[in-house]
Design a protein around this ligand. Sequence first.
Ligand code: HEC
Length: 191
Amino acid sequence: MTTLSSSNDARREFHSRRLLAGWVAAVLLPLAAAASASAQGVTVPGPWGAIVDHDKPLEFGSDAERATYLRRLAMRAISAHFRSVEAVVTYGAKAAPGETANDARALVDEAAALSFLFAERTPSAAGKPGAREEIWLQPDKFARHVEGFRVATAKLAATIASGSGVADALVGVRHECLACHQSYRQTAAAR
Ligand code: HEC
């Protein structure tokens, strides 16, 4: 009798402990997880130890934000490859063997990806820097800019391979950057 009731007590106590544990898990753990995600960054383990990347993880509210993020990174990559060629061709910096040809090839590849990067209608908010909605209102004209950039980057790669006419081809690429930005990129706060 005593044994039975004490084992019932024990079971009840066990049950209420489980409830408490469940409550702790349901309420506190998500809070802790959210805190570690936003305030503490992401742990990046490896041979140099467990290093915390304080800027991560990124948070996206929609697929449009993800697409815009990727597109801007592609533009920054285009910019860095272009500037690298310019540093060598226009300003006389010494490149590692094959480096300038690699930069030109990367520009050719990025040019091929451009129409895909702008496929979804994802303009910046009114008055905010980013992609102008004209891109999706004038698809034929925008496609001609993409094609112009494709041709100009292919020409640059060819001149770098042959070693002649590189400076002119670089101007041709720069012209396509500026022409597309003039019509389709919002930079300042006002339109
Ligand atoms: C066919 C059109 C087009 C061409 C060609 C083009 N761009 Fe862009 N670029 C854009 C648009 C549109 C944006 C704004 C994108 C956004 O914010 O969503 C942009 C944004 C950028 C940005 C800002 C990225 C960021 O982080 O916000 C840089 C830098 C850039 N372009 C550099 C270049 C350079 C350099 C070239 C030429 C080598 C080039 N672009 C060619 C359309 C183009």
